[in-house]
Design a protein. Structure first.
Length: 448
């Protein structure tokens, strides 16, 4: 406790760090206040049916990512997810389209062009998502909830407001990255997830208290399980920083190596949380195409894939995560570039010839160590479904795995790493007694 208080004092002494933390908190407060501002023309007192709809299913997941703004019919109802979707599309285009590949190689100017294109694509996505959201509002709420019956004027103005709201959230994220502690978009998603945690815990506690026989004991057991899942997720996010060459050779069946302990920069979880985001973006497609209608009006296919507790939803999502883990690892880890850099710097892997043989060796190692990492990532993704099967409340079960837990852990580690870097740079003790906090990338940079 004494060390913690001393660390807080050191943080306060650093004017730049103190200013950045205050700026970050200020922008996050604006975001949270905006999530409670209802769309003009909607009676907030009549949102009970919409809030019941978002207690479970994919809409519950969307509501959690928006920090409750979705169920509040807020001006921030669509949240930051359209920007994330646009970013994913641009990343995929960077692999397949030569124009985007050239932009990625142009440095800062190329990055600015890519950011501009991403914003335009975000607006385009919002133009389609905003009317779908309003259609769902008309379906869920009575006519008396809309001023003037919710006519054309309400629809047009609400589409503009929802679009502007999401773009404003994106702007807040960029300001946090530039003037705050960094990782603005990730922090906004994280604060939305954290905002739903007290409601989820209270709902689970209330359901267990009302349960006859051992309800409170079961509630405590759930928290113990959550602790172990949380620790396992931290290990998954941090991954393996370096693979010993000796171990790498055993992986590919090559026993010829010297006695010197050397390392190659490969990680068991090189893809981070991106495979889960990719997979869940695809799993959102059926319900998006259905116009946010309830399950009774969906086809059998859309209904099956809109049920997060269903077998087919989790089965497909599990294998999508594995596939995207290999895909994203292949994108982010380039054995050819690694072999060339190794050769330029005079490095080599003992017992492996430079050039093509080194590329083949690195590719084989990466392919094989990615498998256990991808399977573990897939298990973490579908853990909320198992949590619901043992009777855990739907809202609370989201914190047992999936994107929410991985983002929460990853962003917290990255933020702590940023703070620790400021402290160490000014010759203060870090946040830990020994060692360094490891973020998702080792450099404290956000995946967004």
């Amino acid at each position: 406790m004494k060390r913690f208080i001393e660390t807080l004092k050191n943080i306060y002494k650093i004017e730049d760090l103190r200013s950045r933390l205050a700026t970050t908190l200020f922008f996050l407060l604006i975001y949270r206040l905006g999530s409670y501002v209802a769309l003009p023309g909607i009676d907030p007192a009549q949102l009970a049916q919409l809030q019941n709809q978002t207690k479970e299913g994919l809409l519950g997941l969307l509501d959690m990512f928006s920090g409750g703004a979705f169920s509040n019919a807020s001006i921030f109802a669509l949240g930051i997810m359209p920007y994330i979707s646009a970013s994913i599309v641009i990343q995929l285009l960077g692999i397949a389209v030569p124009y985007f590949q050239r932009l990625q190689k142009e440095g800062e100017s190329g990055r600015r062009k890519i950011n501009q294109i991403t914003r335009y694509l975000t607006v385009l996505i919002l133009v389609f998502q905003a009317p779908a959201y309003l259609t769902n509002l008309h379906y869920q709420l009575p006519e008396t909830a809309f001023a003037g019956g919710g006519g054309t004027l309400f629809t047009v103005s609400s589409v503009i407001i929802l679009t502007a709201g999401s773009m404003f959230i994106m702007w807040l994220g960029e300001r946090i990255t530039d003037k705050g502690i960094g990782n603005g978009i990730s922090l906004i998603i994280m604060i939305g997830i954290i905002a739903r945690l007290p409601f989820a815990v209270f709902a689970e506690f209330a359901s267990r208290i009302n349960q006859q026989g051992g309800g409170l004991v079961m509630f405590l057991v759930e928290f113990v399980l959550l602790f172990f899942v949380f620790v396992g997720t931290i290990l998954l996010v941090q991954g393996t920083r370096r693979i010993p060459v000796q171990y790498a050779k055993r992986i590919v069946g090559n026993k010829q190596y010297g006695g010197v302990r050397q390392y190659i920069p490969l990680k068991v979880n090189a893809a981070g949380v991106m495979p889960i985001i990719f997979a869940q973006a695809i799993m959102f497609v059926p319900i998006t195409l259905a116009g946010f209608a309830n399950s009774e009006s969906m086809g059998k296919f859309a209904t099956a894939f809109a049920n997060p507790t269903g077998f087919w939803y989790n089965f497909v999502q599990f294998f999508l995560v594995i596939a995207f883990t290999y895909f994203y690892t292949a994108v982010t880890v380039n054995p050819v570039q690694m072999a060339e850099d190794m050769k330029k710097n005079g490095g080599f892997i003992p017992g492996v010839k430079p050039g093509k043989k080194t590329v083949e060796f690195l590719d084989a190692v990466m392919s094989r160590i990615t498998l256990p990492g991808s399977i573990f990532l897939g298990i973490v993704t579908i853990l909320p479904a198992f949590a619901r099967l043992i009777g855990i409340n739907t809202q609370f079960s989201y914190f047992y795995g999936g994107t929410s837990l991985l983002i929460l852990v990853g962003v917290v580690l990255d933020t702590l790493q940023q703070i620790e870097s400021h402290l160490l740079m000014r010759h203060y003790d870090g946040l830990m007694k020994s060692g360094r906090i490891k973020g998702r990338t080792g450099g404290g940079q956000s995946m967004y």
